[in-house]
Write a protein that binds this ligand. Structure first.
Ligand code: GRF
Length: 201
């Protein structure tokens, strides 16, 4: 399946997908395109290094619908079937979600439905939770609310701060994100009543 990754910054999760692809762990995934919404996003360097086509579509000062429409055009032009949000710090509009219904996945650094939003690690520390982790989920119209595909957990130590917690969780993100993408591109995921099941055949 033809896949595009959307990112806003560092792109380490994008890198985990590139690596999995190179290691033949994503046999049904054709990593066709990276779209970034900030020209300084380091993810672009990763695309260049690995000869992956990329497009910079600045989101600054644009209406959400206009920006999303621009992205949809690029995705259509590239015949993209699956959209992967890898540290993409924008909320997608309804037309975008509708167009790619059940074909958009996101990685979030907490155990959803706990601690959604842009400051997950800070919120976890503040809450006193003893465990956190990461979640790959389908994207629906809410913020980090879509059906959950896969999760990993870590223990939150009393000395943890935002940075140490993030550093603990990131390697797990890099493990589950390509795995979930593999299941999706292999058509092994089913959503029923908001819950994901993984077909074993
Ligand atoms: C990750 O922690 C991801 O879970 C969150 O934003 C961060 C992006 O990191 N959505 P990177 O750009 O993939 O390195």
């Amino acid at each position: 399946m033809r896949v595009a990754v959307l990112a806003s910054g560092r792109g380490s999760n994008f890198q985990s997908i590139i690596d999995a692809s190179k290691e033949n762990k994503l046999p049904n995934c054709k990593l066709e395109l990276l779209i970034v919404n900030k020209k300084e996003a380091y993810a672009v360097e990763r695309a260049k290094k690995h000869n992956i086509a990329y497009k910079i579509i600045e989101s600054k000062n644009k209406k959400r619908e206009d920006f999303d429409h621009e992205m949809l055009e690029v995705l259509a032009k590239n015949k993209i079937e699956i959209v992967v949000l890898a540290g993409f710090m924008r909320i997608l509009s309804k037309p975008f979600i509708t167009k790619y219904k059940n074909r958009i996945i996101n990685i979030h650094p907490s155990l959803l439905p706990l601690h959604p939003g842009a400051h997950a690690h800070r919120d976890v520390i503040k809450s006193g939770a003893k465990e956190s982790g990461c979640t790959v989920h389908f994207v629906d119209e809410g913020v980090d609310t879509g059906p959950i595909i896969m999760q990993e957990t870590v223990v939150v130590d009393k000395n943890d701060n935002e940075e140490t917690l993030a550093a603990k969780i990131l390697p797990l993100e890099h493990q589950i994100f390509p795995k979930a993408l593999h299941l999706l591109t292999s058509k092994k995921l089913e959503i029923k009543e908001g819950k994901v099941t993984i077909r074993s055949d």
